[in-house]
Design a protein around this ligand. Structure first.
Ligand SMILES: Nc1ncnc2c1ncn2[C@@H]1O[C@H](COP(=O)(O)OP(=O)(O)OP(=O)(O)O)[C@@H](O)[C@H]1O
Length: 332
């Protein structure tokens, strides 16, 4: 569904150059739900805008939904849906009008647009809201309307740019269900950007991790997590016992990244759940009381940390003050 090679985008403004995307390769198969994960400024939106024909690549090539991105952008547009960050609904428009207008823009007759609109409002739990102005919808309802607009022409491939940003946890979980249904019931291939680890983990078959304009890792959520060496274990012990506790931990087979400070002994071990019982027995035998214990399976944030030395939650690329005007203009 997507095959991109060496996709690159450089922005230049007032003598400053930003290499937002530095030659990425992307492959997405039909029916996959792929997440594009990275911190702010990593290059997610720029990549998405190139793949959806909204921004011309500086270099590289891509086949998207069976059409060549550079020589047949119109073909690409006809076959894809794009649900942008923040959406594109007019605040004073009624829901039904927005949907009908979108259908007409994609070449449907008035009757076809109305029929397709009815189908989509039902699927996306928007029934009964037809006559409401879009500005009166809740955040979750508005995002679902954005999705309905993106699906009006029955695209086989849909791009979502940070679909749940700004939504409360309940609306986010609800939207995830709708996104899953799109794939399971309608066979739509989905490519979404996100900087929520939980979202990528819960939703995606496969994740591409982008940082500084480059893809730094790729795989299923589990395969990515398996790249982090082991579970993280934190044991709370009395300050006086710290030295002896660290010594005992140091003897466990496979224990590494051991630190002992502020009443906590921290380490990584391949299987925390199986290592702990023997460790606690050794602590008991040595008269060390364990105040607390915590075992955590690796998270996608650990993956990012292992790969880049920074936490995904904190990582942020500096944003240049100026924006390139050309970037705001849709490609022909
Ligand atoms: N029009 C532009 N002109 C100049 N620089 C730009 C422009 N658009 C993006 N950039 C820069 O390119 C880099 C990548 O930006 P992009 O918006 O693709 O990141 P992102 O991963 O989508 O971030 P976010 O999660 O914040 O949306 C950033 O350094 C950004 O400041």
């Amino acid at each position: 569904m997507i095959k991109a090679r060496g996709l690159q985008r450089r922005f230049t403004s007032r003598g400053r150059t930003v290499d937002a995307v530095k030659g990425v390769d992307i492959d997405v198969d039909e029916g996959e739900l792929v997440g594009f994960l990275g911190p702010n400024g990593a290059g997610k939106t720029t990549t998405l805008r190139m793949l959806t024909t909204l921004l011309t690549p500086t270099a590289g090539e891509a086949q998207v939904a069976g059409c060549d991105l550079l020589s047949d952008p119109l073909g690409v547009r006809k076959r894809i849906g794009y649900v942008a960050q923040g959406g594109g609904t007019g605040p004073e428009c009624k829901v039904a009008e927005e949907i009908e207008l979108q259908g007409r823009l994609y070449g449907l007759s008035k009757a076809e647009a109305i029929a397709r609109g009815a189908e989509l409002t039902e699927q996306l739990d928007l029934s009964g809201l037809d006559q409401r102005m879009t500005k009166t919808l809740s955040g979750g309802q508005r995002r679902r309307l954005d999705i309905a607009l993106g699906l009006i022409h029955r695209p086989g491939l849909v791009f979502f740019d940070e679909p749940t940003t700004g939504l409360d946890p309940q609306s986010r979980a609800n939207l995830w269900e709708h996104i899953r249904t799109l794939r399971s019931d309608q066979g739509v291939t989905l490519f979404l950007t996100t900087h929520y680890l939980e979202e990528a983990d819960a939703l995606c078959d496969r994740i591409l991790v982008i940082d500084g304009g480059e893809i730094v890792a790729e795989g299923t959520p589990d395969a990515l997590k398996a790249r982090v060496s082991g579970d993280s274990v934190v044991l709370g012990v009395d300050e006086d016992d710290m030295g002896r506790a660290a010594e005992i931990v140091g003897d466990i087979e496979g224990a590494h990244d051991l630190t002992a400070a502020h009443g906590e002994v921290r380490f990584r071990v391949p299987r925390g759940d199986t290592a702990l019982p023997a460790l606690l027995r050794a602590f008991d035998a040595a008269g060390i009381t364990t105040q607390s214990m915590q075992v955590q399976r690796p998270t996608l944030d650990d993956v990012f940390l292992t790969l880049t030395g920074r936490s995904l939650r904190d990582a942020e690329t500096p944003q240049p003050a100026d924006t390139d005007k050309e970037a705001q203009t849709h490609a022909a």
